[in-house]
Ligand binder design. Structure first.
Ligand code: SF4
Ligand code: SF4
Length: 215
């Protein structure tokens, strides 16, 4: 319920609160949020940087139903969307969801408003790194960076290289070995990377990214 001073998230009968509860119970539980603490420019900033079309969202929640990774997320994609709309900067930037998202665009294909939710997630990850928000699962960041490095190095991902470098970083040599062997047997892992020609241009694209990410 919205009053002059506070957005009070306590009564599940209120439609606004139901929306909130569906999306964020697992992360926060019922809580009181000072309206003054909301970042009113947050949605505008995310939209300016992502061009995702956030204003078109009418919260149908189809994106959460279609996301193949929703069970690994702490909140579904539509809840992150809601946090952005409400101006909950800190909460949105600290969710695990933005890091779990693999940019598969399944949600966008199911979104009736054709919103680019993956672009929003990417922008939030970038903002989280800029603002030094701790990544909820540090190994996710290691994986994320290895994927980015692989694209920078070859122009596309080299999955075997990513896996080996990740194992070197984490020391978990035997974790998921069965999956790796299965992928090898199905010829899903190329032993050698394939490179594109325009690598110089690719490197240039990554310069601003590393300025933010590298300490
Ligand atoms: S599917 Fe699209 S319109 Fe529906 S909640 Fe998700 S982003 Fe919003
Ligand atoms: S792009 Fe991200 S949020 Fe959308 S379906 Fe894929 S993993 Fe889920």
């Amino acid at each position: 319920m919205l009053n002059e001073a506070k957005l009070i998230i306590t009564d599940k009968k209120d439609p606004l609160e139901q929306i909130w509860q569906i999306g964020t119970d697992s992360l926060f539980g019922p809580k009181i949020i000072e309206v003054d603490a909301l970042d009113r420019d947050f949605a505008e900033e995310v939209e300016r940087r992502s061009h995702a079309g956030l204003r078109r969202c009418y919260f149908c929640r189809s994106c959460g139903n279609g996301c193949p990774f929703v069970t690994a997320m702490d909140v579904p994609p539509y809840a992150v969307m809601r946090m952005v709309h409400y101006g909950l900067r800190e909460e949105a930037l600290s969710t695990r969801t933005i890091w779990i998202c693999v940019n598969c665009h399944t949600c966008a294909s199911q979104c009736p408003m054709a919103i680019d939710i993956a672009a929003m997630m990417n922008t939030l990850c970038h903002m989280a790194l800029e603002e030094r928000v701790p990544v909820p699962t540090p190994d996710i960041l290691k994986f994320h960076l290895e994927v980015v490095r692989s694209i920078e190095r070859h122009g596309r991902t080299h999955k075997l290289g990513i896996m080996l470098r990740l194992k070197l970083l984490t020391g978990e040599w035997f974790k998921d070995v069965d999956v790796g062997l299965k992928m090898l047997s199905k010829r899903k892992l190329d032993l050698r990377p394939s490179r594109i020609r325009a690598l110089k241009e690719i490197h240039r694209l990554f310069l601003p990214y590393w300025r933010v990410v590298k300490p």
